[in-house]
Write a protein that binds this ligand. Structure first.
Ligand code: CP
Length: 312
């Protein structure tokens, strides 16, 4: 595999899930594969899970991870071609990506959307610039429109926790105090469309995700209807896609409660705001899979890094 920037880079998700489960049984089986190989992790945004689990995955493969907080510690990077750099940016992506490629065998990038410029966000200008100007493979650690490591993680977690051949999975919008990206919800929706599950989405009016991603997935504007007979309820806030990046309504009655989820398993990518998105009674119960999801971040990242290393 050359790059991993989207759930669409997964050819057969069931095979990938099986491979990840095998890695989980013996995480250091391929400790020699990444020997003398360096993974550079570049963060334009904050992270706890991605930052640590991707380093852990690299270490399990014998790689040397090096980390940089690009926004705080590096020179401001310019992404526009032909720009006159007399403002706040001091280094062009053409040089930055080429330079980092000399130090690293694989580059992982986290770069969130603006949520103000839809066209720019959908062009994935940061991630795609690294793909274009780096000479080594690029791994997305969440970009403007996708979080493919999280989506793969969630597919693994559902497979591990499902007792049914075809479980019902619901992606539910939930309230939040800030306008949040669509990346996690997009990648989860894409992953579920590759799996043998009954998949539906629940969100208030005005919060439909990009129809090019949801395609013909049923969308309900009622949690009560969508949650009926659900086995997994994956919760995430996202800002409006139609009125791009806006919070249209706080819809606090969309908070996830124990009563609403019934016997379903609760999932969330974390971090999660307790008692805004979901009540304590859910997170503190056996219904919650959030800690297992975070654990599986390591094995998802390790599977992707292994596939990249296999083709170096
Ligand atoms: N789920 C996730 O990506 O967590 P972090 O933002 O902490 O990395």
């Amino acid at each position: 595999m050359k790059n991993y920037t989207s759930i669409n880079d997964i050819e057969d998700i069931n095979t990938w899930i099986q491979e990840a489960k095998e890695i989980k049984v013996n995480p250091i089986a391929n400790i020699e594969l990444g020997k003398n190989k360096t993974l550079g992790l570049l963060f334009f945004n904050s992270s706890l899970r991605t930052r640590l689990s991707t380093q852990k995955a690299a270490l399990n493969l014998g790689m040397n991870p090096i980390v940089m907080n690009v926004s705080g510690d590096a020179w401001g990077i310019e992404f526009e071609d032909g720009s006159v750099m007399n403002g706040n940016t001091a280094e062009h992506i053409k040089e930055a990506a080429a330079v980092v490629s000399q130090y690293c065998d694989v580059i992982a990038v986290r770069a969130f959307p603006t949520l103000t410029d839809k066209e720019k966000d959908e062009s994935e200008h940061v991630l795609k610039s690294f793909v274009k100007f780096a000479s080594v493979p690029i791994l997305s650690m969440e970009s403007a429109t996708g979080h493919p490591l999280q989506g793969l993680t969630d597919a693994i977690t559902i497979s591990e926790n499902s007792s049914k051949k075809k479980p019902k999975v619901v992606l539910s919008w939930a309230p939040h105090v800030k306008a949040l990206p669509h990346a996690v919800a997009n990648s989860f929706a894409q992953a579920m469309q590759k799996m043998d599950v009954e998949f539906v989405i629940a969100n208030p009016e005005g919060y439909n995700l990009n129809p090019e991603i949801t395609k013909d997935v049923p969308i309900f504007h009622s949690q009560e209807v969508a949650f009926k007979d659900a086995d997994f309820i994956y919760t995430k806030n996202w800002s409006s896609y139609e009125e791009y990046g806006k919070i249209l309504q706080t819809a606090s009655d969309w908070k996830i409660t124990k009563d609403k989820i019934g016997t379903a398993k609760f999932m969330h990518c974390l971090p999660v705001r307790r008692n805004v998105v979901v009540e304590d009674a859910v997170l503190d119960s056996n219904s919650s899979l959030v800690i297992e999801q975070s654990n599986n971040r390591t094995y998802a990242a390790q599977l992707v890094l292994k596939k990249i290393l296999d083709d170096l």
